[in-house]
Write a protein that binds this ligand. Structure first.
Ligand SMILES: Cc1cc2nc3c(=O)[nH]c(=O)nc-3n(C[C@H](O)[C@H](O)[C@H](O)COP(=O)(O)OP(=O)(O)OC[C@H]3O[C@@H](n4cnc5c(N)ncnc54)[C@H](O)[C@@H]3O)c2cc1C
Length: 409
């Protein structure tokens, strides 16, 4: 049976779900359909991330990330409390893992302040009180009291059940579809047609491919970067009760190996890495390897390395090989020098970042990116902190793209 809706959203991660949620909350429409290719929601980035509710520190002032992170974090926390989802309000410490990185703390402080984040410098005594085993390289660190941790799967499942109870139709296991831009409808492989007033692409790791079905974003490509996590083992005498982060390389949108306490229990995750992946959904070693795509991805990354675009050689030196346990341990020891191999165990948790590149300019895309088509919007970059920022990002998408277009039609 053919069906129709005002808004057809492809991708039921936090981005798609919160857009639907805000469309309903703001009474813009209640004729919304969400399609997802998986049998259940939360199988990709939104269900596999670190669950850190970021405080808005890292992002270039004026960027979309900077605009929505602080307010998004506040709203996600309030909404989660209202809906009975547990949050660990443990704060975050950023320490320079090498003494020459100390001046970067000032840059982060300035950025954070401009973005509206609460931040302050603390000295060696306070660092030692918070994490006695921390590597105190220069006697100072940045303290973010508002950084928290949540279990992202809980957020997805409450959003999903609220949307369903308000009449949003969520159709799972939609493996593929063909758009017809003239009639504003898509045809599923089953032959069913869905007519839409407006199409929203929030397909995460596949968002570039979905956009390109609509001839949008032809210069862009998502290259997957794998995030492997380890955990502190039961015999580890070190207990970390807060988020402990290094000073990141601001040329790339990966924050470096860090320690994150679980929102669920007392376990502590270490990671994630950001290593080039052999497939967009290559979560396990031999699962979903995409040979042809990987050849294109790795050739492109080799060019980035040779031309040292955006300081890519530094990323390769510091982060590309952290899949090797000894290198990973070294990176973790930059923050906690007394850690040894027996303190770490490999976690089953793995996430893959949907990192967008412009293949024409060779530029890495560090911000969120939304591209307009005819009666369609394609969110082709929704990397971290899109989970944190989701409610505010959803409103930004509605105000800046959807309402303007609906009013015009
Ligand atoms: C390792 C890792 C750690 C992270 N840590 C954090 C963190 O601590 N804090 C934070 O704020 N952010 C973090 N992020 C980023 C955050 O997870 C993402 O920004 C966010 O989840 C993106 O949500 P999304 O809805 O765009 O994508 P997704 O969650 O990937 O959802 C996309 C959905 O689209 C579906 N889909 C794809 N293609 C199709 C298709 N053709 N048809 C139908 N459906 C389709 C998928 O099945 C999926 O359900 C992390 C990301 C990773 C990978």
């Amino acid at each position: 049976m053919n069906i129709s809706c005002d808004f057809l959203i492809v991708g039921g991660g936090t981005v798609g779900l919160t857009i639907a949620y805000q469309l309903l909350e703001r009474k813009i429409s209640n004729k919304i359909i969400i399609l997802d290719k998986e049998a259940e929601l939360g199988l990709h980035s939104s269900g596999r991330n670190s669950g850190v509710i970021h405080a808005g520190i890292y992002y270039e002032p004026g960027s979309l990330k900077a605009k929505v992170c602080v307010s998004g974090a506040k709203r996600l926390k309030e909404w989660s409390i209202e809906n009975g989802i547990k949050i660990k309000n443990c704060g975050k410490l950023i320490i320079p893992q090498k003494s020459d990185l100390d001046p970067q703390l000032d840059i982060l402080y300035e950025r954070g302040k401009k973005n509206g984040a609460v931040l302050n410098f603390i000295g060696a005594k306070e660092i030692e009180k918070l994490v006695p085993e921390a590597n105190i390289t220069t006697g100072r660190a940045l303290w973010s009291p508002n950084t928290s941790v949540i279990n992202p799967i809980n957020v997805i499942s409450v959003l999903q059940s609220k949307l369903k109870s308000k009449g949003v139709k969520i159709i799972n296991s939609v493996k593929d579809f063909k758009p017809n831009k003239k009639t504003n409808e898509i045809e599923l492989t089953s032959g069913q047609k869905i007519k839409y007033g407006y199409f929203i692409n929030s397909a995460g790791l596949q968002a570039d491919k979905v956009a390109q079905k609509f001839d949008v974003g032809m210069d862009y490509r998502i290259i997957p970067f794998k995030g492997i996590y380890w955990q502190l083992s039961k015999n580890c005498p070190i207990n970390i009760k807060l988020n402990l982060y290094p000073v990141p390389d601001l040329n790339v949108p990966f924050l470096g190996v860090h320690f994150t306490p679980s929102a669920k229990d007392n376990s502590v995750f270490i990671g994630p890495t950001a290593i080039p992946s052999l497939g967009r959904e290559n979560y396990r070693l031999f699962e979903n390897i995409e040979f042809q795509n990987s050849i294109i991805d790795f050739s492109f990354l080799a060019k980035q390395y040779l031309l040292d675009i955006d300081g890519f050689r530094k990323y390769v030196r510091e982060q590309a090989f952290l899949g090797i346990p000894a290198f990973f341990l070294n990176s973790a020891q930059d923050l906690i020098p007394s850690l040894n191999r027996s303190h770490l165990k490999r976690s089953s948790k793995v996430g893959i970042r949907a990192q967008l590149f412009n293949m024409n300019t060779n530029k890495i895309i560090k911000d969120f990116l939304c591209l307009k088509g005819e009666k369609s919007l394609h969110i082709i970059s929704a990397i971290s902190p899109a989970f944190t920022a989701s409610f505010s990002f959803a409103d930004l998408v509605i105000d800046n793209y959807l309402l303007k277009n609906i009013n015009k039609s």
